[in-house]
Design a protein around this ligand. Structure first.
Ligand SMILES: [Zn+2]
Length: 400
């Protein structure tokens, strides 16, 4: 964790450039809600301080500059204010080395400043987050609409390794919303076409794929362990040994119907964070789950069923309240939003930027674009998937 003393040339991040309000306060961090802040500055020295933190001088020279303009001020106050600005995420080090080769500096020269903008952790170099991404290994299930857009974003952003899984072949009806395929790909396995497109987009990323269908939880368990077989029947998901081969599961498939429930159970057992996204007509959402931190997918689902109050008879499946069709209606817009939100969730978990509290679904309803879409619920103690009070009966059920 950097401190003021470790910075060679402290600088207010360019994206966080401060300005003075008509009341004489200092506004810093841009006017984006969730980032910006307003600092009262009756004596005017905070303004002098942020102006002096322009990346041309060391911390002591910054303090000297402030004391020259405000001779009565204790130096300790200026130093503490600098530390507070650093802790709030408004400062980086203009003298920090750039730890990547020229080619990556150029390729990511627009993305890294956005990471710097959204990063509210004290950090000397904005490349820290990019390096975390470069180390990351991601398993992607489904390379259609949502998965295709998500894959494109992850590979363009510089994820380290993306492994793609999909059983289908490209069809004409895919082309209204699946960005990785061309007319010439019709009839070709989706995964082969997807891998070729993604490799052509960014040859610095390791992109691999396999044509495979997830038919049962054991298939998912095997995939997250990098293909190591999980014995049928003995697939004790609670105690199955072996760490996951990936840092994250990105789920962009909606078949079989139970695939999200399976992903939830498998990831809880493996301790693997996962994200998913999709659409129900004009409603597009993405979910973020980290075992042991916040609600799991099943907690959220139960919380949402209670909140929506569908007035269903006891035991009735909440699915009947929302039409679900085999042709799952979608356009390039809904698939693009869904894949974009999915990639955002993945990047946030992998890089920590922006900090995202897991156990949440968020999104957009195209019928009411200004209306927030947010599902959050506390972790349920009696959740059948992650609850502390899981019964032996439930554990047996999971093994099957
Ligand atoms: Zn749960």
């Amino acid at each position: 964790m950097p401190t003021v003393e470790t910075l060679s040339r402290p600088r207010i991040k360019p994206e966080h450039r401060a300005y003075r309000t008509v009341d004489g306060n200092v506004r810093i961090g841009s006017v984006i809600h969730g980032i910006g802040a307003e600092i009262a500055d009756p004596q005017g020295w905070v303004w002098t301080l942020v102006e002096a933190m322009d990346g041309t001088r060391g911390p002591s020279a910054v303090v000297d500059e402030v004391l020259r303009a405000h001779p009565g001020l204790p130096g300790e106050d200026a130093r503490q204010a600098m530390a507070d600005l650093l802790a709030a995420g408004f400062v980086d080090d203009a003298g920090a080395p750039v730890p990547v080769p020229e080619r990556e500096q150029v390729r990511y020269s627009r993305g890294v400043p956005l990471l710097r903008w959204m990063d509210l952790g004290p950090r000397t170099s904005p490349w820290d987050a990019q390096l975390r991404l470069r180390e990351a290994r991601v398993l992607l299930i489904g390379v259609g609409g949502t998965g295709g857009y998500a894959a494109q974003s992850l590979v363009a952003s510089g994820v380290g390794h993306l492994h793609c899984v999909d059983p289908d072949s490209v069809e004409l009806s895919n082309l209204n919303r699946q960005p990785l395929f061309r007319e010439s790909d019709i009839g070709r396995p989706k995964v082969a076409a997807a891998v070729a497109t993604l490799r052509a987009l960014n040859s610095d990323v390791v992109v691999t794929g396999e044509r495979r269908e997830v038919r049962r939880p054991a298939d998912l368990a095997e995939l997250v362990r990098g293909g190591r077989q999980v014995a049928e029947g003995a697939a004790d998901l609670d105690r199955d040994p072996g760490p996951p081969a990936y840092d994250l599961l990105v789920l962009a498939a909606d078949h079989p119907d139970d695939i999200r429930r399976w992903a939830n159970r498998v990831c809880l057992a493996a301790g693997l964070p996962w994200v998913d996204a999709g659409y129900r007509g004009p409603l597009v959402t993405a979910g973020v789950y980290v075992p042991g931190r916040g609600a799991c997918w099943e907690c959220l689902r139960a919380g949402e069923a209670a909140r929506r109050d569908l007035r269903l008879a006891p035991g009735e499946d909440p699915e009947i309240a929302s039409p679900r069709m085999p042709w799952n209606p979608a356009t390039a817009v809904t698939a693009g939003l869904s894949g974009g939100l999915l990639a955002h969730a993945a990047l946030a978990l992998l890089t920590g930027v922006p900090a995202l509290d897991p156990g949440v679904r968020f999104g957009i309803n195209l019928m009411l674009p200004g209306d927030p879409v947010l599902q959050r619920t506390p972790r349920l103690l009696d959740c059948p998937a992650c609850g502390e009070r899981k019964t032996e009966e439930q554990r047996t059920e999971e093994r099957e």
